[in-house]
Design a protein around this ligand. Sequence first.
Ligand SMILES: NC(=O)c1ccc[n+]([C@@H]2O[C@H](COP(=O)([O-])OP(=O)(O)OC[C@H]3O[C@@H](n4cnc5c(N)ncnc54)[C@H](O)[C@@H]3O)[C@@H](O)[C@H]2O)c1
Length: 365
Amino acid sequence: MSSTHRLAIVGTGGIAHLHADELRKHVPDRIELVAAVDPDASRLESFKDKFGVARGYTSIEDLLANEELDLVDLCTPPVLHAPGAIAALEAGVGVVCEKPPALSLEEFDRIAAASAASKGDFAVISQHRFGSAAERVRNMMASGVLGRLAVAKCDTLWFRPEEYFAVDWRGRWESEGGGPTMGHGIHQIDTLLSIVGPWAEVVATAHRHRRTTNTEDVSHAIVTLESGASVVITNSLLSPREVSQIRLDFDTATVELDHLYGYGDDNWTVHPIESAAEEVDRAWAAEPRGRASGHGAQFARIADALDGGAEPPVPLAESRRTLELLAAIYASAFTGTRVRAGEIDPTSPFYQRMNGSGTPWPDLK
Ligand SMILES: NC(=O)c1ccc[n+]([C@@H]2O[C@H](COP(=O)([O-])OP(=O)(O)OC[C@H]3O[C@@H](n4cnc5c(N)ncnc54)[C@H](O)[C@@H]3O)[C@@H](O)[C@H]2O)c1
């Protein structure tokens, strides 16, 4: 059954403006922005004015005590995701949370336990899963037209100057959870896993080449998937010509995505082998088409799930798989070992925090 779902945005900084804008553009009659929270009074007031939000609060506790809500949308810094999510879930309210969902697997599992005991669900923002082209590639894999995946590449090569890290929560393990692996590459890595399926093991390195941070500014990982295919992943904040890329080499075609912060159909290309060209091109020309990746595309799918009483995307099990891969990349990089899926259990320091047993470089920040 379709109805209007009542949502409040918590944290009215940079990304919250995009959320409010996308809600207005893509789901205006399905999700209503009824309130906002920020301890910074001037940010809160200008956000309320800009988006015509009726009520504002200085804490999530005040919000939950005073509003009837279906969803809390967490746009706070990463360190506040777990406490905010648990408070909302304990009040019986569903949560949409910006990435990364938590600072560690330990925090994530506490959110999952709160969700299991709540009538609300916990969904993580991963907007690049939801463009029509990614959906088409998933359909083509399921139909068998692409054959099996052999090898893939997943690069997030971005540039963040020193000034970017002046914001105090950035560049620190205890407030951001990690560098480009956790904070930036997570988009591409999660989108990749939504296409290629579960990972099995990883070997990785991480480096702090340039920035005055405690976290890494570059990481490299070689991942073996459950399917047997292999993937090379690079996450960098030191790359002046910025690009976000995924390359997938299947038996019958290479499929490539080349974009920066979001894609449309035209950012994807397919290069079939000659003997499969007709069949691959026909499948490539099929629906769905025309839907760009972005928060609006994900909010539409969240509204569909809420209408049908289903778990909204991205669901817990899938976002945990991505977070576990990030923890495994750090564990491999900082211990010099191969790390298998399922191996990081509560006895591992990498379960408690992404820097686990410690970085090879000293803290600077
Ligand atoms: N999906 C994406 O493409 C994308 C892009 C950018 C940022 N993000 C994520 O969004 C989150 C926020 O990033 P940002 O760049 O908007 O940060 P920001 O610093 O611009 O905004 C955070 C806001 O939270 C507010 N805040 C602080 N403490 C609070 C509290 N206790 N309760 C409520 N609000 C509080 C701050 O005053 C600030 O207005 C981060 O997790 C980041 O990784 C996602």
